[in-house]
Design a protein around this ligand. Sequence first.
Ligand code: 5GP
Length: 190
Amino acid sequence: MISGPSGVGKGTITKELFERISNIFLSVSVTTRIPRSGEIQGDNYFFVAVHEFERMVGDGELLEWARVYRNYYGTPRKFVLENLARKRDIILEIDIQGALQVKKNMPQGIFIFIAPPNTAELAKRIQLRGKDSEESMQTRLSAVKQELEHMQFYDYVVVNEDLELAVEKVKAIIIAERCRYSNILMEGSQ
Ligand code: 5GP
């Protein structure tokens, strides 16, 4: 599960991963958002009307769903379960609310949080907050504090300061997870 705040570069990292690592499959989400130019139905997303999305929610077809800004996004349950049954690694590139829902149902998943640059530095400052009283810092800290609250539910945190490094870190995490004793019998592992 690759997750993190909007605009942090999850999509770019995921795209790069597919170039560098074999045997991973992307879960294509359903959304009520209007396609952007160049986006392809069934490739970037399954673009659906709100009533169709609501039907899918009602019929339990989504593993998780969330409202992000003014649109709905969700992960089709069938694709994920079928691929998991075939012991395949699936990447879910979803927002934080969605990842937390999946975590409740699938604690065996690997949850990677992509954090914006400076988060680690800001995190340290939060711990030393008493010494840091600038107002602008407080605003930034409160935003980052929210992120950190979510971060604690993840297995890994990768700071996207440098795209190349971030991609290599996520790749290393996936490879290391495939090497876990409990996973070595997985088809196509490593
Ligand atoms: P965008 O509209 O820019 O493609 O995506 C907006 C946000 O929705 C991003 O943070 C993206 O990760 C998130 N998102 C995309 N698909 C899903 C999904 O299936 N479930 C959830 N919860 N979030 C999603």
